[in-house]
Ligand binder design. Structure first.
Ligand SMILES: Nc1ncnc2c1ncn2[C@@H]1O[C@H](COP(=O)(O)OP(=O)(O)OP(=O)(O)O)[C@@H](O)[C@H]1O
Length: 280
């Protein structure tokens, strides 16, 4: 099956007083109906990659193509029908929800995006039910909801647009621990029922293992390992992946590996590779 999303040798840089190369030559693809997880520690470049995928960052080099077409920068992407089927959920729901518009109206914006593409729409109440919220919330404002409820609304709005590609950047970290797995699973089901591809960004390998077909592990802007999620969980090949797995607290997940903190990892991957900052 041809890919929905192709990222080829992508480089994202921030040019300020110094140059930060946040994404350093990343290639990946997502097929329709596939969940791809992107994992890695804070600052490894996950959000920069996600932002470039949805047109919020301009690639320094390399390319991001959606159904074979280069994804334009956000303003153009929003206006171009060919790209309204890309939706994003952010870590912080406050950055995507408007505090002055009622929840129902915000979900309706998503439904209108779907209708404009000739897709079936449904009511805001139905979407609230699907994400586990009471339908009465249609008439509430975002500031009247808890952080977790807000994130569910943001997820409902993104899914109401019937995305064919959903990019979710740490979508469950605002939720309480007991509902993280169920919301992640709900996102998987709703995206896949619609035949969409899901790029699910997380630092939580235990959840990623539950919902992602494939996992890509990022470290310092580059991919160090990728493969079937179960394989990465059972036989992590790269020392960095092994350290990520070993860091999962025992009651929550793995607890199988002997403690292998990053400090004990081989120098080959711990030592900053003299690429990014040194080169530019
Ligand atoms: N606007 C910016 N200007 C300059 N540097 C930035 C900017 N945004 C991100 N960076 C830097 O780029 C690198 C990658 O950041 P990014 O937010 O992509 O990582 P991340 O893996 O998503 O982290 P987190 O999990 O904490 O969100 C970091 O070193 C960060 O400090």
């Amino acid at each position: 099956m041809s890919a929905l999303l192709n990222v080829d040798d992508l480089v994202v840089e921030y040019h300020g007083t110094s140059v930060v190369r946040a994404v350093d030559g990343v290639s990946l693809s997502i097929a329709p109906g596939e969940v791809l997880a992107l994992v890695g520690e804070s600052g490894c470049g996950k959000s920069s990659l996600a932002r470039a995928v949805v047109g919020m960052e301009k690639p320094h080099s390399g390319s991001v193509r959606y159904r074979g077409n280069t994804v334009p920068l956000l303003g153009v992407r929003r206006r171009d029908k060919a790209f309204t089927s890309i939706q994003m959920v952010f870590q912080d729901p406050n950055s995507s929800l408007n505090p002055r518009i009622k929840v129902g109206a915000q979900i309706t914006e998503g439904i209108r995006t779907a209708l404009a593409r000739g897709e079936a729409g449904s009511s805001p109440e139905e979407w609230l039910e699907r994400v586990g919220l009471p339908t009465a919330m249609v008439s509430r404002y975002a500031h009247e909801l808890s952080g977790g409820q807000r994130q569910r609304v943001a997820i409902a709005r993104a899914l109401a647009a019937r995305p064919e590609l959903l990019v979710a950047d740490e979508p469950i970290s605002a939720l309480d621990a007991s509902s993280q797995a169920s919301v992640a699973d709900m996102m998987r089901r709703l995206a896949l029922d619609a035949g969409a591809g899901l790029l699910f960004i997380s630092h939580d390998l235990a959840i990623v293992r539950l919902i992602a077909d494939r996992t890509v592990v990022m470290y310092r802007g580059a991919i160090v390992e990728s493969g079937a999620s179960e394989r990465i969980w059972d036989e992590p090949a790269h020392p960095y992946t092994q350290a990520l797995l070993a860091a999962i607290p025992e009651p929550d997940g793995r607890g199988m590996l002997p403690a292998a903190p990053a400090a004990e990892a081989p120098l080959s991957w711990r030592t900053p590779v003299p690429t990014a900052l040194d080169r530019v």
